[in-house]
Write a protein that binds this ligand. Sequence first.
Ligand SMILES: NC(=O)C1=CN([C@@H]2O[C@H](COP(=O)(O)OP(=O)(O)OC[C@H]3O[C@@H](n4cnc5c(N)ncnc54)[C@H](OP(=O)(O)O)[C@@H]3O)[C@@H](O)[C@H]2O)C=CC1
Ligand SMILES: O=C(O)CCC(=O)C(=O)O
Ligand SMILES: [Mg+2]
Length: 744
Amino acid sequence: MTTNKSNIIYTITDEAPALATQSLLPIIQAYTSSANINVETKDISLAGRIIANFPKYLTEEQRINDELALLGELAKTPEANIIKLPNISASIPQLQATIKELQTAGYNLPDYPEEPQNEAEQSIKLTYAKVLGSAVNPVLREGNSDRRAPGSVKQYARNNPHSMGAWSKDSKSHVANMASGDFYGSEVSTTVSGATDMRIEFVDAAGNVSVLKEKVALEDKEVIDASVMSKKALVEFFEQEIEKAKEEDVLFSLHMKATMMKVSDPIIFGHCVKVYYKDVFAKHAATFEQLGVDANNGIGDVYAKIDRLPAEKKAEIEADIQAVYETRPPMAMVDSDRGITNLHVPSDIIIDASMPAALRASGQMWGPDGKQKDTKFTIPDRNYAGVFQAVVDYCRENGAFSPTTMGTVPNVGLMAKKAEEYGSHDKTFTAVSDGVIRAINVANGDVLLSQNVGEGDIFRMCQTKDAPIQDWVKLAVSRSRLSNTPAVFWLDENRAHDAEIIKKVNQYLPEHDTDGLDLRILAPTEACKHTLERCGNGEDTISVTGNVLRDYNTDLFPILELGTSAKMLSIVPLMNGGGLFETGAGGSAPKHVQQFEKENHLRWDSLGEFLALAASLEHVSQFAENPKAKILADTLDAATAKFLEENKSPSRKVNELDNRGSHFYLAMYWAQALAAQTDDAELQSQFAPVAQALNNQEQKIVQELNDAQGVAMDIGGYYFPNVEQASKAMRPSETLNTILSTLL
Ligand SMILES: NC(=O)C1=CN([C@@H]2O[C@H](COP(=O)(O)OP(=O)(O)OC[C@H]3O[C@@H](n4cnc5c(N)ncnc54)[C@H](OP(=O)(O)O)[C@@H]3O)[C@@H](O)[C@H]2O)C=CC1
Ligand SMILES: O=C(O)CCC(=O)C(=O)O
Ligand SMILES: [Mg+2]
């Protein structure tokens, strides 16, 4: 893909951010056209990715290019300048719903074959696997991550603190994790010497060898590791903790990352579903087998499949599910009004957002009665569970953090080239029987790593390449220097993988000027305690972490500090010189779309988009030597600061300022800043009348935007909305639209 140096790619994604784009992008395009910057869109939505992968089934007009693949290539070039909004990482139920919507819209796509019966179905399933789970971010993230709250955003939170639920010293909430038999306990790791290929194979108890993965290329000096989650230990753990939750009188809750960890975590989730609802699964085993119920898709899959049964049988199973709640501890709920539990769908409770939300709400979740209650946060594996327990302990002891006084915790995250666990899904396997799974060096037949496995155990291998580690160490030093802030590497010398990474950190740190910097290495739980102490004292600390803690920490600290991770600056300096500017650190906020459909109010906060756009324009100004881009970036920064000062973020309530109104204010402040600057007379004269018009019409525009609300809104689809309808819905102010059109 070739691009003009002043090209910016703006991604079309899903749900709330995709709706917000219908309103914000026309403003961005109108403003940037004045600096010869072309803001082009690329569709990486879930529906778009499905369409792109099945050309054979579609008409000529329906086919679209695989724009994700194009962007993946672009991300490896110095020209890349991509603004990436959050997208859905689909679970199977979400994928099926999207396929259905597309079929209804006339797209002749095949159904998702849950249990393929022949080769053709197997191939369809494999193609759908390409769009399942976290299939976008790892492709674009050809760099490490730098996520932080800009000074103006942090100051805004200090001046306008969000609510924080009070903590009780008697809180019974706690994190439950396994004591053995998990990934943490079994991990082995090594650093590869010399580029080679590896093969992953399974050896059964009788010595028969079968190949699980033919070939994985290994680079010189990369770190590889292998670990196993024992099914037996996991199931026993769930049994015990579910029983204990009842005795302890707390809600039972499970926190996984079934999207990023799309192979291992749905299986772990499925075991929990089968244990919690074991009476139902035992009594109806034959029926479930016949219906093809898959517990990995949650108890919701039972509800979906029993629809096909005669009414009487269906009612019996439903009654049996209800009876489970009499004997089991109360579940943490996703939606207590509709009886949706935390075990309904694996994509409803995603650990990075769900744990901080609970920690912010007095360490509690919502029970079946719609009331908050202390909770057992079940996080089976020990690798990162201790981090959340450290927050629980700190808040129980010291009370909730105060957004007015707490410090800030930016993150430098190791992410490039599918680093660590988040690149493991193509090397994750369930053992079909007892035996050994091992990685063989294809060049000489040596065993690189091996693990004993029992039937049903989950084996996984991770890769972490050397160049990204070097880049990450460099980024950590430079962020620490530039922001004059101590930095802690969250690495556990007792964990095999981390021990290899620590060797590299110690090797690469001396290559940089670290004079006077406070850099240290602490195991994650200790690092978290240290950081929390400092945070409570108003001190800032950079967390330098691997890929998983990058994800967790960049929701955890922003949600405590700012109320949401939507306000984060989220930059990925691409290793080949380009820039990927992610917006916020959160997701696509399905709850916001529900509200939008119900009452035409979108509470999505686009602050992350504003910050990303300013960083992207700054990148254009440097890369393309475009001085107008620099002015656009600086004035956008000024406008964003004013936007915060004036408190123009969307309200949560209908008929008040929403996402669209917040975009109007940004546009007005941006035009004012452009009209006020004197470095570029052309821009000044272009924007003076725009600023004037927006100013004069402020009342009218806000009225038009707010009056449109309060009615149900149909945009012709959820995963595949009608673009014209969505655009019309998101641009209800004719006055604003007319003023913007004068710039084009
Ligand atoms: N970078 C990416 O592409 C990411 C994608 N995802 C995907 O997003 C989906 C939903 O994930 P989930 O775990 O529910 O997390 P989300 O971050 O989407 O939502 C959690 C809550 O965070 C708040 N929130 C998030 N973003 C904003 C925003 N811009 N403005 C205001 N509030 C915001 C909302 O709280 P409230 O309702 O209280 O207003 C929201 O309900 C999944 O499909 C997931 O895979 C998740 C993370 C990152
Ligand atoms: O890609 C995903 O599924 C989620 C990514 C995410 O949560 C993050 O990077 O913070
Ligand atoms: Mg995240």
